[in-house]
Design a binder for this molecule. Structure first.
Ligand SMILES: N[C@@H](CCC[C@H](N)C(=O)O)C(=O)O
Length: 258
């Protein structure tokens, strides 16, 4: 017998996700099924798939899969979209906490803008031509010029598959400083294996590298799919009180046969 599931589609600055209410734990967590649902020709289409589940210590739990069907580490835009989804499902009113793979997150929603607290970040490592840090997911950050015309797929794919990163993979962020208050970022994402329109943990990582050792606690972030803002407080070599802010929207809903 054919199994039909109800889904919702969300996007946060163009990073798009299939969203499923799995509080009844009925969703089959199989790689082939998730990959097919994320396929833009044979499925719904999305950079990832997110399950909203019950949690014993917070309002809900986030389970995140990349479009390759594998469960992965934290997704910042996905987290913001999931907060919008939980709000739509009346799980909370305007402030919430939820549990993700990297721990507990606080979040708030006001007029469609979601502000999500990210994990504290330790040392930013200097590596060849760039920086490496973990904002819930692993990121490589490098500064370039003329980012609009930059070959993000080719260069991102080369770095992601280089000997340093090929085993675990890494997300690769190319950053251009537009002004003292604004950076422009384009990201090649691990697990999507392509450039996406936005990456929340990547925007956070790039913002922290930009803010490091400056007397500044926020920066506007322009991405292909819109605008984000990152707030952070530096404490020695580390950062805390890190917030990722931006819009997240429900795009459509439907039913699909598995
Ligand atoms: N789109 C994401 C990052 C998702 C995880 C990443 N692809 C990985 O596997 O590390 C975001 O908004 O943070």
């Amino acid at each position: 017998m054919q199994n039909t599931i109800e889904f919702f589609k969300y996007q946060g600055t163009g990073n798009d996700f299939v969203m499923i209410d799995n509080r009844d734990l009925q969703f089959p967590k199989e790689k082939e099924i998730i990959e097919k649902l994320c396929d833009r020709r044979f499925g719904i289409g999305g950079d990832g798939l997110i399950l909203l589940e019950n949690d014993s210590t917070s309002d809900f739990k986030m389970v995140y899969y990349n479009s390759d069907g594998n469960e992965s580490t934290m997704c910042g835009n996905g987290g913001r979209c999931l907060v919008a989804f939980a709000h739509f499902l009346d799980v909370f009113e305007d402030q919430t906490t939820f549990t993700a793979i990297d721990g507990l997150h606080e979040a708030e929603i006001h007029n469609g803008i979601i502000k999500l607290k990210m994990i504290d970040v330790g040392v930013i490592k200097n590596v060849e031509n760039g920086f490496e840090l973990n904002t819930g997911s692993p990121h490589y950050v490098t500064f370039v010029e003329m980012l609009k015309n930059y070959k993000v797929f080719e260069n991102g794919n080369n770095i992601r598959n280089s000997s340093s990163y090929c085993e675990e993979g890494i997300n690769v962020n190319f950053v251009e400083e537009l002004s003292e208050n604004e950076i422009f970022i384009r990201t090649y994402e691990r697990g999507v294996e392509d450039e996406t329109f936005s990456c929340g943990t990547g925007a956070t990582a790039s913002a922290l590298v930009f803010l490091k050792d400056k007397n500044q606690t926020s920066v506007n972030v322009k991405v292909l799919g819109g605008n984000l803002k990152v707030y952070a407080e530096q404490d020695g070599e580390s950062f805390r009180n890190i917030w990722l802010e931006g819009p997240a929207k429900q795009v459509f809903k439907g039913k699909i046969n598995l």
